[in-house]
Structure formats: structure tokens, C-alpha cells
Design a protein around this ligand. Structure first.
Ligand code: BGP
Length: 470
């Protein structure tokens, strides 16, 4: 099958500051919520990661060579404000100006997130998103970036609000590692939405030149097997993972249908959500002002009813078949034998992307324009012995994965869904938060010991598709 990309399709690669930059202790950078945690954990370190802080010109050059016209990067809050607030650090500011210039000089449009999982340590210690002061600090930091980085025309406020809330407070694989702390998770979801909305309102009221949106990872939930009971479990999980955030972002209210499900979960877990007077007005105001929506998609989940206590195991090692997830008052994740999975037990199901695109476009018209801001396949990959600089690393599995997901995107687009771009996760191999360095996603292979870049077959394939736009 030879595909053709639509004219002017945004064809990019994604990164996140803490996952690629390395250089965590230079030029006055402050600690994030990860630095001490990873050190204590002792499994893997965020240095040097992909050493993007120094090697970004090389990665931008490769991006250009292999046909990309866009890149997702994030600004590390603590490179600019080491404590999250106060006096900005010039070296950090200079670095991002250099990076954006390098992108623009090479015809690569930067799509910039303000927050990608890397809360400043000081604010994290003070409650992170659960502390409403964090919202104010975030708004100040955002305003600083809008005033400073005028060359950036495409902004995202926060990356994957749910992943942070869920990994921190439900799954327990991100610091502070709470498990099934439902009150904190739902409150973090709401507070992050509020922070996003305040920043969007500031951007629009301030008349800044450019576009802004946010990024949600969407995980459609299917009942398995398809019974009424399992459907209800799937609906509950969907409300917690998807609907609550989509409602808050694009409707500016949590619909009755969503709140009925959320309240059922809260009740079963003795949990509660605080919404302060005025919060919903802020969400409402912002809900029509997003210019676009960044949709990350990796996998759906399959859910069945479950009546016991909460328990889970997170597969952060790539030992297939070890993950489990049972959530009291919601349901349990089950394996659908018809669906292939990765070594990390992620379901491979391109139709899920088609389904969720159709749903967003019909139920949330305020999303306006959609970009797939992350999608990709994590694999264990090795540099062949006696590799030379010309060695091409075979990753046919990844090509197949992306090809199938692209098919789903183009199908939805042909049926009227306004989806105009795709960013592969990830541009180059990088550091994975809870999995370390053996879960590789890149178009470009990195030998982390030498920091040498090698080309994967998927990069050649990416380039061939880019050429169909010419
Ligand atoms: C998304 C994050 C990314 C990235 C990706 C892959 O949730 O936005 O930062 O890490 O998932 O996930 P993982 O590294 O856990 O495989």
C-alpha cells in the first residue's frame, strides 16, 4: 500500500525536555520532581538521556533530512525558574532561543509544551497540582514564556493531564507513588484543567500571536467480553480517563452523564472532589478558545466488571504478561486474546484511534483542529555488533504499527474529521519515565554510551511519506 499524505500535513517527531535534554545539573537548572526520586530508585538516570541539550543541532539536521516539517519539544520549567518562580535564569532562556532558531532555520516548526511531567521539585514538595498556588505559578511561568519566546507560534499548555494524575495517584509509578488515592487523582485532573484554562484565557486576552491548545492522551475503553455489566465498568473507566477531561476542556462543564459516573467512583472509594466557586466559569470561558487539540494515542483498554479491592502491578521492565490492574468501584483491565500486545503489555489496536477521532470530532466540536501529538511503538532494540555509521536498524514492526495508525487517521479524515498532523513518539530514542532506556521509540537510534545517532528503517519510510506531499 502506498499512502499519500495530504498536502501541508504536519509531519513531525515528538520529544519532551526531561526525556531528551540530559544536562540536568548545568547552567543553573533547578531540580524537577524526578531528580532525587530517580536517584533514590537507582534503576536509571536522566543523564545524559539523548544529550539533546548539546546535540539538538544534529537531531534537527536529521529531522530535516528525513522529511519532517515539525517537532514537539517542551520547555523545562526549572531551566528558566529553578524553583518554579522568582528570577529567570538567562542561560536557560538562551538555550530555548537557540533551539527554536535552529528549528526555524531548518524549516522545522516547533510545537512547544509548557509542562511535560516535569514539575519543579520545590512546587512538587508543596503539593504539586493539588496545591492551588501551583496553578498561579504555572500561569506566571506561561506568561513569561509567551512574552519571551515570540518566535514560537504553536503552544500546548500541559501534556497528558491524566497520565500525571493517574501515574502519580492511581497506578503509583510516578512520584509521589500513591496507589488508588482517588481524591488526589480527580483533584489533580480538575486543577490541571483549571491551570490550562487560565493560561488559555491569558493567551487570548493578551492577544498573543500564535495558537494554543493542550494535549490529552485518550484511551478508549471497550467492554470485554461485551456484556451489560462490563459495559458499565468500561463507562466508569472512560469517565475517569477520558470524558471528565474532554468535558472540562471543550465543554467547560462536567456533563451530568460524566458526573454520575465519576460520583459513583468517588463514592465507592470514599473520595471527593472540590470545585471552588468561579472554577467552572474559567473552564467555560476557555472551552471555546483552544485553537487545536493535541491527541496522543497509544492503546485502548479492555475492561470487565470487578467487585474486589484495588490492586495493580505496573510492568515497567518489558516482561510480557506481568501487568495487572483492578480498580475498586470501577473495574478490571482484561486481556483480549484477539489483540496483540507489546512487551510492556500495551494493546495494539489501530481501530481505537479511528474510534476516538470520530468521537472527539462529533462530541467535542470545540476541539476544532486535531493533531496526533504522540503515537508510536516501544521496542527493545540493539545496535548490531560491528555496526558502522551507515548501519540501518531494522524496525519493520514500528513501520507496520505507524502505517496502520496512519491508515486509521486518514480514514477518519476522509470522513470529515479535521485531523491535520502526526507526531511520532518519538523523534529519537530517549529516556522513558518509568521504563528507563530499554524501551525505545525513536526514528533515530541512539547508542546512549557514545551518544552516536543511527538511522532506523522507519526514518527512511517517514521520509518516503513526506515526499508524497511534494
Ligand atoms: C506518553 C508521554 C511521553 C512518553 C510516552 C511513552 O504518555 O507523554 O512522555 O513517555 O507516553 O510512554 P512510555 O515511555 O511509558 O513508554
Amino acid at each position: 500500500r502506498v499512502k499519500k499524505l495530504p498536502k501541508n500535513f504536519v509531519w513531525g517527531g515528538a520529544t519532551a525536555a526531561f526525556q531528551v535534554e540530559g544536562a540536568t545539573k548545568v547552567d543553573g537548572k533547578g531540580k524537577t520532581m524526578w531528580d532525587d526520586y530517580l536517584k533514590a530508585q537507582g534503576r536509571f538516570a536522566p543523564d545524559p538521556a539523548s544529550d539533546f541539550y548539546h546535540l539538538y543541532p544534529e537531531d534537527i539536521r536529521l529531522s530535516k533530512k528525513y522529511g519532517l516539517n515539525a517537532i514537539r519539544v517542551s520547555i523545562s520549567w526549572t531551566r528558566i525558574f529553578p524553583d518554579g518562580y522568582g528570577k529567570p535564569v538567562q542561560a536557560g532562556i538562551d538555550y530555548y532561543h537557540r533551539l527554536f532558531k535552529e528549528c526555524l532555520d531548518n524549516g522545522i516548526e516547533p510545537y512547544v509544551s509548557l509542562h511535560h511531567f516535569d514539575s519543579p521539585k520545590t512546587l512538587f514538595d508543596d503539593g504539586d497540582w493539588l496545591n492551588r498556588k501551583n496553578i498561579d505559578y504555572f500561569v506566571d511561568y506561561a506568561k513569561f514564556c509567551f512574552d519571551e519566546f515570540k518566535e514560537v507560534k504553536h503552544w500546548f499548555t500541559i501534556n497528558e493531564l491524566i497520565s500525571l494524575a493517574y501515574s502519580q495517584y492511581i497506578q503509583g509509578n510516578f512520584p509521589p507513588n500513591h496507589k488508588f488515592d482517588v481524591t488526589s487523582a480527580i483533584q489533580a485532573e480538575h486543577n490541571e484543567l483549571l491551570a490550562h484554562a487560565k493560561v488559555v484565557n491569558l493567551f487570548k486576552d493578551g492577544g498573543y500571536d500564535g495558537k494554543i491548545g493542550l494535549i490529552h492522551v485518550l484511551q478508549p475503553v471497550y467492554p470485554y467480553p461485551d456484556t451489560a455489566e462490563n459495559q458499565h465498568a468500561a463507562d466508569l473507566s472512560d469517565a475517569f480517563m477520558n470524558a471528565f477531561l474532554l468535558d472540562g476542556t471543550f465543554k467547560g462543564e462536567y456533563t451530568d452523564k460524566t458526573m454520575k459516573l465519576i460520583n459513583e467512583i468517588l463514592k465507592a472509594n470514599d473520595a471527593h472532589l472540590d470545585i471552588e466557586p468561579g472554577d467552572m466559569d474559567i473552564l467555560k470561558k476557555a472551552s471555546t478558545r483552544n485553537d487545536y487539540f493535541g491527541l496522543n494515542y497509544y492503546q485502548p483498554s479492555f475492561f470487565a466488571a470487578y467487585n474486589g479491592e484495588s490492586t495493580n502491578h505496573f510492568n515497567g521492565t518489558g516482561t510480557k504478561g506481568t501487568s495487572s490492574f483492578k480498580f475498586k468501584g470501577v473495574g478490571q483491565a482484561v486481556k483480549n486474546p484477539d489483540i496483540p500486545t507489546t512487551d510492556w503489555d500495551w494493546n495494539i489496536y489501530p481501530d481505537g484511534l479511528y474510534d476516538i477521532l470520530k468521537r472527539v470530532s462529533s462530541e467535542y466540536p470545540n476541539s476544532k483542529e486535531i493533531f496526533i501529538t504522540e503515537n508510536g511503538l516501544g521496542l527493545k532494540e540493539e545496535l548490531p555488533e560491528n555496526a558502522t555509521q551507515d548501519t540501518i536498524i531494522n524496525d519493520d514492526k514500528r513501520i507496520d504499527f505507524v502505517d496502520q495508525h496512519l491508515e486509521a487517521i486518514l480514514k477518519a479524515r476522509n470522513e470529515g474529521v479535521n485531523v491535520n498532523g502526526y507526531f511520532i513518539w518519538s523523534l529519537q530514542d530517549q529516556f522513558s519515565w518509568a521504563n528507563g532506556y530499554n524501551k525505545r521509540y525513536g526514528l533515530f537510534f541512539i547508542d546512549f554510551a557514545t551518544q552516536k545517532r543511527y538511522i532506523k528503517k522507519s526514518a527512511l519510510w517517514y521520509k518516503a511519506l513526506a515526499d508524497t506531499m511534494k
